[in-house]
Design a protein around this ligand. Structure first.
Ligand code: C2E
Ligand code: MG
Ligand code: MG
Length: 698
């Protein structure tokens, strides 16, 4: 502790010695260099005179006691002596001079310095920062004032330019309209440049705004390109002009233009289809909405058509997406060529277009027909000639709806109908379609309820073996016990169940009921009966079918050999490989498989060979006209021999006459199903029938 304080006092002493030495050196310098006091004063005055700042002293009456050269020259004098004794007000009697003297008086009266005050210069332009301190005599009495000021015009100017640029940048950031921004920038520059001419050249049409000498500043774009030029009339050389500032403004304008273009692009993309450049759904909704409002007021017609290509998927899948895109672009052009400025052509989805025409149904229909014809003209894509067709659904305001959504729903409904009825067609919306659609919705709802409440019953149609005269099996056929409409046949609801997916739970119900019934009959000691259950496409493709079948067999304790599943040709042909896989899965369970409605599809011998089948069921349409139609008889014979060749049992469906049975027997078909023997019957009636037959035989 002591040691340290020792050391610190030692170093303090050392510092004091150094100070003394320095002061001694200065005194020595004064003694040797500036010998007399006068000499020292002169030296000081010379120093003050060299400084570019303004320095002065005044007495209590604000009369100059001293002024450095900068002040002398600035006030138009040649020597300081000319100024001594004068006041500012006497030199230039202005309000500014009086203000200066006011400040000086306050400093002298209060004794408080007035430091670093920024003021505009009295004469000419520019800014000063001023300081005034009281001048005191040896006794501390205030005898006058000392002033010093510095020209800060350059700094002020820089600040001014900076704030101008900041303002512009703020406007850019705020995204103000480009024209407005350019006008503002021009006005701002002109003001900063004392009214000089300023202009922007942004396009080839812009005329050169300035004659004579000018500076050019490039207005660059973000991607290295160039938007244009900022042109400024010249007033000096590059050194005296605010070149950097002007280049900065040009850059700011460049940013603004980039931004403006981005925004325009985003706005464009938000309302256009990128591929075809057509208005997209958003724009269509907006424009059609407005059009409908106007049409409502002015009692004008508007026709809306939904158009959908018939074979787009085919092109896309087989020729690739690029070809698909090209096709869409060409179709867009073909449609647009028929629609004037008053109409709208929009792409709202993959291959879906909407055409809006400000016409009544009649002329609109003609125009749409022309569009349809044009679309179906052959075209070449990637060296391949293709033809595409299109279907259209049409709805008219206000007959078919007054709002965008009503018209869309109805046009879409009509389009659906056009597709259903064979494509390449125009379908007008009708109230009947709406009725139909409404009924369909109601039906779907009812069907859903029917699943929940289990409103399904099975009827069974016997299959008779001709040689033995015995019933060897039955086909389970579903019926819907509708709460108000009575017993409905499958034709009324199966396709709807397919469409909605309700076929999956319905199919499971049928499987369970059929298996249980078969088991019950076995338990009651009826002769062995094979039970056939129909399986539809959706059910077959659904992953759960195998599991459903296994579960139904299991819970009914039915041996799988008694269950047969009927599949249709068209179902299998949708995806042959997947179908074969599924068929083997089912076969694995021990059930047998039959092809239903055989002859109506396109299966050929070589694919048929690959299926693990037990039976073919000849479609009843071939049987119906036997023996009138030789062609049908030929087909039936061919199917029978095909079955024999593949070692499959053949069942004839829809046999209604003895003549048909005779023909079938002769052709080698030993099994049949039909009204001749029995239609589909409720389970108790099947029992009666079989009991009767056994009694007869016994
Ligand atoms: P399908 O499988 O071909 O069934 C035979 C249809 O022919 C039955 O019609 C039957 O009543 C009818 N039929 C039977 N004998 C004769 C006859 O001698 N002459 C005529 N003209 N017709 C006869 P149904 O019961 O109306 O069934 C129609 C179709 O509904 C069935 O055709 C089948 O494809 C489908 N279906 C029936 N039940 C189900 C089911 O549980 N699931 C699925 N997915 N479809 C079923
Ligand atoms: Mg069937
Ligand atoms: Mg059938």
């Amino acid at each position: 502790m002591t040691q340290r304080s020792d050391r610190s006092s030692k170093s303090a002493r050392k510092g004091q010695e150094a100070d003394r030495r320095k002061r001694g050196d200065a005194l020595e310098l004064l003694r040797t260099q500036y010998r007399s006091l006068a000499e020292r004063y002169e030296r000081l005055e010379a120093m003050i005179n060299y400084i570019p700042d303004f320095i002065y002293a005044k007495d209590r009456d604000s009369r100059f006691l001293f002024a450095n050269r900068a002040i002398v020259l600035n006030n138009g004098f040649t020597h300081v002596d000319e100024m001594i004794g004068l006041t500012d007000a006497e030199i230039h009697p202005t309000a500014d001079a009086r203000k200066i003297e006011e400040v000086e008086r306050r400093v002298m009266e209060t004794g408080e310095a007035d430091l670093g005050v920024e003021e505009q210069r009295m004469k000419g332009e520019g800014w000063l920062t001023m300081s005034r301190v009281p001048l005191r005599d040896r006794d501390g009495r205030i005898t006058g004032v000392v002033g010093a000021s510095r020209d800060i015009s350059a700094r002020k100017r820089a600040e001014e330019l900076m704030s101008a640029q900041t303002r512009l940048l703020e406007d850019v950031a705020r995204g103000i309209d480009l024209d407005l921004l350019l006008k503002e920038a021009q006005a701002l520059l002109q003001r900063l440049l004392n009214g000089r001419q300023v202009g922007f050249i942004l396009s080839d049409e812009d005329s050169w705004p300035i004659a004579g000498g000018f500076w050019e500043f490039p207005i660059n774009s973000r991607d290295g390109g160039r938007h244009g030029t900022l042109v400024v009339a010249r007033a000096g050389d590059a050194k005296t002009e605010p070149m950097e500032f002007l280049a900065g403004i040009a850059q700011t304008i460049g940013i603004a233009i980039d931004r403006h273009r981005d925004i325009a692009r985003i706005a464009y993309l938000a309302e256009h289809d990128a591929l075809t450049g057509l208005p997209n759904r958003v724009q269509l909704d907006r424009k059609l909405g407005r059009l409908l409002e106007a049409a409502g007021r002015e009692r004008k017609s508007v026709t809306v058509a939904f158009a959908d290509l018939d074979n787009f998927k085919l092109v896309n899948d087989n020729l690739g997406h690029a070809a698909g895109d090209e096709l869409l672009t060409i179709v867009a052009q073909r449609i647009s060529a028929h629609v004037g400025n008053s109409g709208i052509v929009s792409r709202i989805g993959g291959d879906e277009f909407v055409v809006v025409l400000e016409e009544a149904a009649g002329p609109a229909y003609e125009r749409l027909t022309a569009i349809l014809a044009d679309i179906s003209k052959p075209l070449t894509i990637g060296g391949v000639e293709i033809r595409t067709t299109c279907s259209m659904g049409v709805a008219c305001a206000t007959a078919h709806g007054g709002t965008v959504s009503e018209l869309f729903v109805n046009a879409d409904m009509a389009l659906y109908r056009a597709k259903e009825s064979g494509r390449n067609a125009i379908q007008m919306f009708t109230q009947a379609m709406a009725e139909h659609a409404r009924n369909k919705l109601i039906r779907i709802e009812e069907l859903r309820r029917a699943v929940e409440r289990d409103e399904f019953v099975l009827h069974y149609q016997p299959q008779k073996d001709i040689p033995s005269g015995k019933v060897i099996g039955v086909e389970a056929l579903v019926r819907w016990q509708h709460p108000t409409e009575g017993l409905l046949p499958p034709g009324v609801f199966i396709s709807l169940a397919e469409e909605t997916g309700l076929i999956v739970p319905i199919g499971e119900i049928v499987l369970r009921k059929a298996c249980k019934q078969a088991r019950t009959w076995q338990e009651r000691g009826l002769p062995a009966l094979r039970i056939a259950v129909n399986v539809s496409a959706r059910q077959f493709l659904e992953g759960s079918l195998t599991h459903q079948v296994a579960s139904a067999l299991h819970s009914a304790s039915l041996d799988p050999e008694w269950l047969e599943l009927e599949l249709t040709e068209s179902l299998i042909m949708q995806d042959v490989e997947a179908a074969i896989e599924r068929m083997y899965e089912l076969k694995q369970l021990g059930v047998s498989l039959a092809i239903d409605d055989f002859g109506t599809g396109y299966s050929n011998l070589s694919t048929l060979r690959r299926f693990p089948l037990s039976r073919l069921k000849i479609d009843r349409s071939f049987i119906a006209d036997i023996p009138e139609k030789p062609g049908d008889m030929a087909i039936t014979s061919a199917i029978i021999s095909l079955g024999r060749m593949l070692a499959l049992e053949v069942v004839a469906e829809g046999v209604e006459t003895e003549g048909q049975v005779n023909f079938l027997e002769g052709a080698g078909c030993e099994l049949f199903q039909g009204y001749l023997f029995a239609g589909p019957l409720p389970a108790p009636e099947i029992e009666e029938l079989i009991a009767g037959m056994t009694a007869e035989a016994g």
